[in-house]
Design a binder for this molecule. Structure first.
Ligand code: AHR
Length: 498
């Protein structure tokens, strides 16, 4: 048994918990939209075709914001294709995912779905094949109450009230050569600046996100952010980060250390942004929108040949997550919370079927993947202020991410409770954790749950949806406060007044 100690002190405040940390992402990709959130004729579908089972799971997941409609998809998207009478909407080739887009769902339906789910929509504009004018048209369509051509068209299409979308992404992953309309940092920075400037002429209060890097291993990482922010600093509020991780070559211990890359990613982007701000003599601070993050077995996807045809809603990126994936995802949530001073928004990519916490069968059941649970627990319990905690514990060496501590943790605290989120990364040993919570006054462990399994590759399926779920951890005792965290586990420990 490994030994660890950790101090929780309300003085170690990082920032308030940001509700937008618990965003996700709905892209027109594979079965995320079609047979995901939308499937007319499904037994649980409402009169608009939205699946009731997926809506219920989305609410249970605790999602706050949803980014839409892409992703790579947005860089070839004509948003006007998705409005008006369905029978007149064109079918188009989706070059990003080698599919056919039927346009049955567009911005009006998506916004209606977010209202049903109780979410904030976050919209991306196409800066791949399109530019300033199309972004302005979409903004006018969405946010102007009425009295102009585009806003009156929205009203005529059945949306009497404006959609009032506050957060807008200026394109997607424009640093990536796979992106339709891929650009250099200078080209993109100029276009993003002009788009932002014009959008602010309609509404100066919008929150605008410039594209940062698609990963910390991109050859332009760092210089991309610097150049883009030189062009856009006064015009945008946030810069995006995207990161996906997977277990490689059977190195589970290495995979469980992936949050070290996310930590490095965030710190580098924040320093780069601050350096640009300093050069410009600006007191403004740019925030991070980590608007794509997840476990994704991308290497399997990249080795699959493209289909010979252009299918509608094919099965793409349907990763089937196991316990260890959920624990790795837990370390990423902890990292986002630990950086709440600068990470103002984040989106788990994606919501349904496509590298997703929620899976569906067409015409059939919906269930929670293993990764659903750490996200849902954090969204439910992370309230109030984020507190920094630094476990004193053994560490281990990894080939990809260097030396990492066995425990990764963060705490949050509101008037009622203090909650500790902790991952034991050890693939072999339980950790006995001693908590020094004296600064909180007399407290006890009121509730503790653990997500773990004897088989770290155990998965949930439609037939066995609760194989991997958080279960009570009864190993704790008081005076001193101690609890045992099993190997490869995600743990939520709630402290209340004794
Ligand atoms: O989330 C899947 C894809 O990953 C997105 O479309 C793209 O932005 C990223 O490369």
């Amino acid at each position: 048994m490994l030994q660890a100690q950790l101090t929780i002190d309300p003085a170690h405040r990082v920032a308030p918990v940001r509700p937008r940390t618990f965003g996700t992402f709905v892209e027109h990709l594979g079965r995320c939209v079609y047979t995901g959130i939308y499937e007319p004729g499904h037994p649980t579908a409402d009169e608009e075709g939205f699946r009731g089972d997926v809506l219920a799971l989305t609410r249970e997941l605790g999602v706050t914001t949803v980014r839409y409609p892409g992703g790579n998809f947005v860089s070839g998207y004509r948003w006007e294709d998705g409005i008006g009478p369905r029978e007149r909407r064109p079918r188009r080739l989706d070059l990003a995912w080698h599919s056919t887009e039927t346009n049955e769902i567009g911005v009006d339906e998506f916004v209606r779905w977010t209202r049903l789910a109780g979410l904030e929509p976050m919209m991306a504009v196409n800066l791949g094949t399109r530019g300033v004018q199309e972004a302005l048209d979409l903004l006018e369509y969405c946010n102007i109450p009425s009295g102009t051509a585009w806003s009156d068209l929205r009203v005529a299409n059945g949306a009497k009230e404006p959609h009032n979308i506050r957060m807008w992404c200026l394109g997607n992953e424009m640093d990536g050569p796979w992106q339709i309309g891929h650009k250099t940092a200078r080209e993109y920075g100029r276009l993003a600046a002009e788009t932002a400037r014009a959008m602010r002429m309609i509404d100066p209060g919008l929150e605008l996100v410039a594209c940062g890097s698609s990963g910390s291993s991109m050859p332009t990482f760092g210089t991309w952010e610097a150049t883009v922010l030189e062009e856009t600093y006064d015009l945008v509020d946030l810069i995006s980060c995207h990161a996906y991780y997977e277990e490689k070559n059977g190195d589970l211990a290495g995979f469980l250390a992936c949050a070290a890359d996310m930590e490095h990613f965030i710190s580098t982007v924040v320093s780069t942004a601050d350096q640009v701000g300093a050069k410009l003599g600006s007191s403004k601070k740019i925030s991070v929108s980590f608007d794509e993050w997840n476990v994704w077995y991308m290497s399997r996807f990249q080795s699959a040949p493209p289909p010979p045809d252009w299918p509608v809603a094919p099965r793409l990126l349907e990763d089937h997550y196991h316990l260890a994936d959920a624990v790795a995802l837990g370390t990423l949530i902890i990292t986002l919370l630990r950086h709440s001073d600068r990470v103002a928004a984040a989106c788990l990519a994606q919501l349904v079927n496509v590298i997703a916490p929620i899976m569906t069968e067409p015409g059939g059941r919906a269930w929670r993947q293993t990764t659903f649970h750490p996200f849902a627990q954090a969204a439910r319990h992370a309230k109030g202020e984020v507190l920094r905690v630094e476990p004193v514990c053994p560490s281990y060496e990894t080939a990809e991410f260097g030396r990492v501590p066995v425990l990764h943790a963060v705490a949050t605290r509101d008037e009622a409770d203090t909650v500790l989120f902790a991952v034991n990364r050890s693939v072999s040993d339980p950790v006995e954790l001693e908590l020094d919570a004296r600064a909180l006054g007399p407290v006890r462990i009121a509730e503790a749950t653990t997500l773990a399994d004897e088989d770290v590759y155990a998965r949930n399926t439609a037939d066995d949806p609760d194989r991997v779920i958080p279960r009570p951890n009864t190993s704790h005792r008081s005076d001193p406060l101690k609890i045992v965290l099993p190997p490869v586990s995600w743990n939520v420990i709630r402290l209340a007044r004794a």
